[in-house]
Design a protein around this ligand. Structure first.
Ligand code: SF4
Ligand code: SF4
Ligand code: SF4
Ligand code: SF4
Length: 282
């Protein structure tokens, strides 16, 4: 869920954009009210947790930098949705092709490709990352590129396409996931076995379970369904929900946890269950 694009946007909106927007609103309210104009009014601009606030900023900068520097690298290499679509797009009905006889390896197409999937020196295209934007077709001055059916007879001048895939970047994702899973199983045990030192004797006790949002059924259910989109956190009227840090272990970082130091849960409220798009809260 941490790499899911919709959830990443939800976390940025809830933890960063919302606070900045509300702070701007409060500044306007202060200025306008000094002129006896009450068009704007003060609202709650506090951030839900420092960890999620800085996490949102880091994610925003990271995605922005990758998009500015390498086009769609995030989308087609790191994002799990793009990775799954990449497997399907290898079998697309129409594909971009390079005519080896016309191509002079000027690399204009590679420069224009936001998906960074053309290797014009080798004359190959990584179809698992091509997003069919046609930018390459527009810049090729020699008419060496075409968009044609992937099945059927091709002109002999067209270089036989190679099914190339940039595996190094995918391996980065896989190794990251493996490390994350290993840590997710190791850390909760360590957290659960943590003890406290009491006067006179060492009394070990298991850390109490974090308080989940009402309707989350169980930690297992929450972790299996929650993608940490933070929709429930942004909509909770009493602000009792906040992003978890290590309360659920590494696997539950950023998932919602109830913090009764920050607020209370309304007895007749069902908002978090209503807005959750993944059935993590019923
Ligand atoms: S822009 Fe055209 S000629 Fe230049 S490398 Fe790409 S396919 Fe070849
Ligand atoms: S269609 Fe777009 S993504 Fe595909 S090879 Fe051409 S420029 Fe790259
Ligand atoms: S039931 Fe309402 S008040 Fe309670 S955690 Fe959910 S959204 Fe917040
Ligand atoms: S419980 Fe549902 S709404 Fe809340 S963060 Fe998880 S997926 Fe999003």
């Amino acid at each position: 869920g941490l790499l899911d694009p919709y959830s990443i946007y939800g976390r940025m909106a809830t933890n960063v954009f919302r606070s900045l927007y509300m702070t701007g609103n409060n500044l306007l309210a202060s200025v306008f009210s000094s002129f006896n104009n009450y068009t704007f009014y003060q609202t709650d601009a506090t951030i839900r947790s420092l960890f999620s606030f800085f996490g949102g900023i880091v994610m925003f900068l990271l995605v922005g930098y990758l998009a500015w520097k390498y086009g769609r690298t995030w989308c087609n290499t790191i994002c799990p949705v793009g990775t799954v679509l990449g497997f399907i797009s290898k079998c697309s009905l129409f594909k971009i092709r390079i005519d080896a006889n016309k191509c002079n390896k000027c690399e204009l197409c590679a420069g224009a490709c936001k998906a960074a999937c053309i290797n014009s020196k080798e004359g190959t295209i990584d179809y698992s990352r091509c997003v069919d934007c046609y930018n390459c077709l527009e810049v090729c001055k020699r008419g060496a590129l075409s968009y044609s059916p992937s099945c059927g007879k091709q002109s002999k001048t067209v270089k036989e396409e190679k099914q190339v895939t940039d595996k190094s970047k995918r391996q980065f994702l896989l190794s990251g996931l493996t490390t994350g899973l290993a840590a997710a199983t190791a850390v909760p045990k360590a957290v659960a076995q943590k003890g406290v030192q009491m006067s006179g004797a060492q009394v070990a006790y298991k850390v109490k379970h974090p308080v989940m949002p009402p309707g989350a059924v169980s930690i297992k259910h929450l972790q299996a369904h929650c993608t940490s989109c933070h929709l429930c956190i942004s909509k909770c009227p009493s602000k009792v929900l906040r992003p978890a840090f290590m309360e659920y272990g590494v696997g539950g970082i950023m998932q919602p946890v109830a913090d009764f130091e920050k607020g209370f849960c309304n007895y007749d409220c069902t908002v978090c269950g209503e807005v959750c798009p993944n059935g993590a809260i019923h």
